[in-house]
Design a protein around this ligand. Structure first.
Ligand SMILES: C[S@@+](CC[C@H](N)C(=O)[O-])C[C@H]1O[C@@H](n2cnc3c(N)ncnc32)[C@H](O)[C@@H]1O
Length: 224
């Protein structure tokens, strides 16, 4: 249009247009602040005396930590220590198998393997760096009853486990519930940290006294 704009004005216009398009495309309102700030952040970063490989490295770290979060809508955040402790009384008496679907950096597995050493703990994680951290953590702590698998829990056979634990997001819960119902054995237990299943009321809920007042939703599979 023959206009010459100062970089700041151009950044602001780009951000506002991005925010409006993002909102129209269905992003939550809080994304708008990020959309506006993002081009301004790029402009500020261009003036910083930072070599370009630093930005590339930071980007690659984010890729291996968050991997397919843009698709799964389940980012990495961790169950609190109190949640892990609250899981202990929910575990079956005697030897049992446990699966953490989306096991992050493996903390649920390693903590429980100490608190209840008679369990066999499995976790499946799709993001490479958290999975690698779990493997190192399990090996370094000699947690012989812990196993971290790299892959998608959609491909895991949940009939193998007495307890399945999930701390995900609202997005996959309806489809996960279908998988749980189709595959988990009668009498086995499904536990979701925080996120509910619209189609089914849990058999029990427990509020945990941690920073977020986390809630554990517990379902016992019928037919036992
Ligand atoms: C909120 S974190 C929970 C971590 C851990 N379970 C805990 O409670 O501390 C959810 C994890 O699920 C992983 N995830 C999301 N979708 C997945 C999928 N389809 N298969 C395997 N992992 C998945 C994410 O990469 C993320 O690390």
């Amino acid at each position: 249009m023959g206009l010459t704009l100062p970089p700041l004005a151009f950044g602001l216009i780009t951000g506002v247009v991005g925010a409006l398009l993002g909102r129209r495309a269905g992003l939550d309102p809080w994304w708008m602040a990020i959309q506006v700030a993002f081009p301004l952040g790029i402009l500020a970063a261009q003036g910083a005396p930072v070599p370009s490989w630093v930005w590339l490295s930071l980007f690659l770290v984010l890729v291996v930590v968050y991997w397919s979060t843009f698709r799964t809508q389940v980012p990495l955040y961790l169950s609190s220590t109190r949640v892990r402790q609250a899981l202990v009384p929910l575990l079956p008496a005697g030897p049992f198998t446990f699966m953490d679907v989306g096991s992050g950096v493996g903390g649920v597995l390693t903590d429980l393997s100490v608190l209840r050493a008679d369990g066999e703990y499995h976790g499946i994680e799709s993001a490479p760096l958290p999975w690698l951290v779990s493997r190192v953590r399990i090996a370094a702590g000699r947690h012989r009853n812990c196993h971290a698998h790299w892959g998608s829990f959609w491909n895991a056979d949940l009939s193998q486990y007495d307890v399945v634990f999930a701390y995900l997001s609202p997005v996959p819960m309806a489809a996960l519930w279908e998988k749980v119902r189709a595959e988990m054995r009668p009498g086995s237990t499904f536990i979701s940290n925080t996120f509910v299943v619209a189609a089914s009321r849990p058999s029990r809920t427990i509020t945990v006294d941690d920073l977020h007042q986390s809630t554990l939703h517990i379902w016992t599979m019928p037919g036992a």
